[in-house]
Write a protein that binds this ligand. Structure first.
Ligand code: GDP
Length: 624
């Protein structure tokens, strides 16, 4: 059955004389009897639904729906899925007007960082910046967040009980700044990989007594990959062994040139312990925000991002939403990820009830029917029914569409270059030792031409971590390793998300593969993995042609998806796919050593007792 791609409003014309349905028909779960003639009823249909769901939406017995489908040449049972056009034809035939629920973009559109495109210049207003704090462990990220928060609450706010809701706002010089409460570049990049672009400014905290450490470099590179402006906060300046100059020098070694040294990165000395320098830091955040000219339109319906969600035993799902544009109000219908609901109550981070939340404001929201995921986008909708069908549609399509968001691989790189999807190859490079980085990086940078270059987002010695994979995913890039290990978490994440990790032992091979990929010459490499052997013990004939080989598995296993090589007297006489693998009467997926089974090959029937079958599968080589 044809399916649709992309959202287009197609509204099949209403057939004159069609039968109408009562208004609440589309909400009725059980099929209802045919109603008396009435005005045509509008029904909102998702892009895909089963015949049963369609009959429920139309409040028409399934058999009627199937009949109309048949009349239009579509054979489908109640559990089969039909697309919007097909469903609309049925609905129109039964006297409805139809409209397609807006398609939810969980596909490639959300895979790229999303900044809201504001449509109406006249309504644009300055909004507070949203700030994330990153840096090496123990350099004082949490202490800094706590200190800023405790020293900048206004009188009214001080009355409330401070709660951690995932983000908070402080006031300074009459301006607000929003801080995200989860420090660290992992959370930052994980959100970005999910398509959420929320941070306007990244504060990189460096402890003055410790200097730049591996995670500081990671944080810097993650912020740079997201093109988010950086402010460096040199922390712990109260400590006797603090050395600010060393930090500044190390920053320049990592391509962060501070203003004092002729660069453009703001650097502020602070102490999260004493509070020294914090007013200066806040002032600089406002200055950077001013340069960035951050604006949003409070006059529109709210959109934004889910920061966190919890299940409260008394109050049900409680989510913190960060409004990115528009104004969120009590009683608004919100759709967030694959859940929706009406805003029953909103609280700020001091536990005060609020009635509205403007751009860059985080609020705790009660009323969603489920728990959205952090990083999910939310938006306000005008119609509850539309919100429901959209969510149902989203749930149905989530799996399918997420798989359309394919990460870049070296093998499909050229195709993407050709189609204009990729203009530079983003690389995260991990090596055995520091000394390997420079030769590899400089060789990589020499590859390509003016249209396509390699960009090294992050290069560091050490194992390939989840954070590296996340950075590659968020930036549409790949992870290249040289003589290093892949941590299990990283491998799992890469497998699930389809990100590419390639690990090499020879620098030349790494460079050569990237070069070939840029030129479209890289062929996927497969290896054969022998899975097991089976001995043919008896033959059965089915009909005139088909031979079933009754076999005993002598080692390993035989899988339904294996390819079979047939050997006779140790010589290969055929290679074929399995058409049928059975244990007794049942079709099975695999058969283990010591068991008997019946194997039917797709084409080769000239099998004899005593032949040997070797089962193997082809596996793509992932070098690591
Ligand atoms: P995080 O891992 O980056 O979040 O670091 P924490 O905020 O947990 O801080 C790590 C340690 O450094 C804690 O023991 C803090 O008390 C201490 N610390 C943080 N900031 C300062 C500071 O400005 N001065 C001093 N002396 N200690 C600090």
């Amino acid at each position: 059955m044809p399916t649709r791609s992309g959202y287009q409003q197609r509204r099949p014309a209403r057939r004159p004389g069609g039968r109408g349905r009562p208004t609440d028909a589309s909400r009725t779960a059980a099929p209802a009897p045919v109603a008396a003639p009435a005005a045509p009823q509008m029904v909102v249909l998702p892009s895909h639904l089963t015949v049963r769901e369609l009959s429920e939406l139309l409040a028409t017995p399934t058999v009627e729906v199937i009949k109309v489908l048949l009349k239009n040449g579509v054979f489908a049972n109640v559990n089969q899925t039909v697309d919007y056009e097909t469903a609309a034809v049925v609905a129109v035939d039964l006297g409805f007007e139809t409209e397609e629920a807006p398609r939810v973009l969980v596909g490639p559109e959300t895979a790229t960082p999303k900044r809201f495109k504001e449509e109406d210049g006249a309504h644009m207003r300055h909004r507070p910046p949203v700030v994330t704090i990153m840096g090496h462990v123990d350099h004082g990220k949490t202490s800094l967040l706590d200190k800023i928060r405790s020293t900048n609450v206004t009188e009214r706010e001080a009355g409330g009980i401070t709660q951690h809701i995932g983000a908070y706002q402080v006031q300074t010089d009459g301006h607000r700044i929003t801080f995200l409460d989860t420090p660290g570049h992992e959370a930052f990049t994980a959100m970005r990989a999910r398509g959420a672009h929320v941070t306007d400014i990244a504060i990189i905290v460096v402890a003055a007594d410790d200097g730049i450490m591996p995670q500081t470099v990671e944080a810097i590179n993650h912020a740079k990959a997201a093109a988010v402006p950086i402010i460096v906060a040199i922390n712990k300046i109260d400590r006797p062994d603090s050395n600010q100059d060393r930090v500044k020098r190390q920053l320049s070694e990592n391509n962060v040139l501070i203003e004092e040294w002729g660069g453009d990165t703001v650097c502020v000395a602070v102490s999260a312990k004493t509070g020294d320098g914090i007013p200066d830091l806040l002032e600089h955040i406002l200055l950077v925000a001013e340069v960035e000219d951050l604006k949003a339109n409070p006059a529109r319906r709210a959109e934004g991002m889910v920061i966190e969600a919890q299940l409260d035993p008394q109050r049900g799902p409680v989510s913190t939403l960060l409004v990115q544009t528009g104004t969120l109000r009590l009683a608004d219908i919100v759709i967030a990820g694959s859940t929706y609901g009406r805003v029953r109550a909103m609280y700020d981070e001091h536990g005060h009830q609020v009635k509205r939340a403007e751009p860059a404001t985080p609020v705790k929201v009660l009323g969603l029917s489920g728990m959205p995921q952090p990083g999910d986008l939310f938006s306000v909708m005008t119609d509850e029914r539309l919100a429901r069908t959209t969510v149902e549609d989203r749930q149905r399509n989530a799996q399918r569409e997420i798989h359309q968001v394919k990460a870049v691989t070296l093998e499909d790189l050229f195709e993407r270059i050709q189609s204009g999807q990729v203009k530079e190859l983003n690389v995260v490079l991990k090596t055995d030792v520091q000394g390997s980085i420079d030769p590899i990086r400089s060789s990589l940078l020499q590859l390509g031409d003016e249209n396509l270059r390699v960009k090294v987002l992050h290069a560091a010695p050490g194992g390939i971590t989840e954070s590296d994979v996340m950075l590659a995913l968020a930036s549409n890039g790949i992870v290249l390793g040289f003589s290093t290990r892949v941590e299990p978490g990283a491998r799992r994440l890469a497998d699930v998300e389809g990100a590419e990790i390639r690990n090499y032992d020879v620098i030349y091979h790494l460079i050569e593969d990237v070069e070939k990929a840029l030129k479209g010459l890289l062929e996927p490499t497969f290896v054969e993995v022998v899975e097991g052997h089976a001995e043919v013990r008896q033959l059965f004939k089915i009909g005139r042609k088909v031979i079933v080989a009754g076999c005993g598995v002598t080692d390993g296993k035989i899988s339904r998806s294996s390819v079979i090589r047939v050997f006779r007297n140790k010589k290969q006489i055929a290679e074929d796919k399995i058409a049928n693998l059975k244990r007794f009467k049942d079709e099975v997926r695999d058969v283990a050593t010591g068991f008997e089974c019946g194997i039917t090959l797709e084409n080769f029937m000239d099998i004899q007792e005593g032949d040997m079958m070797e089962a193997y599968r082809k596996e793509r080589v992932v070098v690591d």
